[in-house]
Design a protein around this ligand. Structure first.
Ligand code: ZN
Length: 96
């Protein structure tokens, strides 16, 4: 029996798949032209006209980018970097 390390909120296989397939770049459009931005940016300035456009909605329904934000915040704590490096190494071994 596995040790109980935390309660399990609503984590679905669909959420895990959405995280795995989350793009590192997203496209925004303004003035009839598309441009690349970080998927984590809340705002971007249109490269054509300079207008500041909102990219992420803050609502009661969290987005996948919000999951990443939580992980990024988690990574700021002491020892998180060592835990990340250890686990990333293990995951690379599994892949190979
Ligand atoms: Zn524009």
């Amino acid at each position: 029996m596995a040790a109980n390390v935390s309660s399990q909120p609503g984590i679905s296989a669909a959420l895990i798949d959405a995280i795995r397939s989350f793009p590192a770049t997203r496209l925004a459009d303004h003035c009839g032209a598309e441009f690349s931005v970080s998927p984590f940016e809340i705002y971007a300035n249109c490269p054509q006209c300079g207008t500041r456009i909102k990219l992420r909605a803050f609502s009661a329904q969290p987005e996948v980018a919000d999951v990443f934000d939580a992980v990024f915040e988690w990574l700021e704590q002491p020892e998180a970097d060592a835990r990340y490096r250890q686990r990333a190494s293990q995951l690379r071994e599994v892949e190979n």
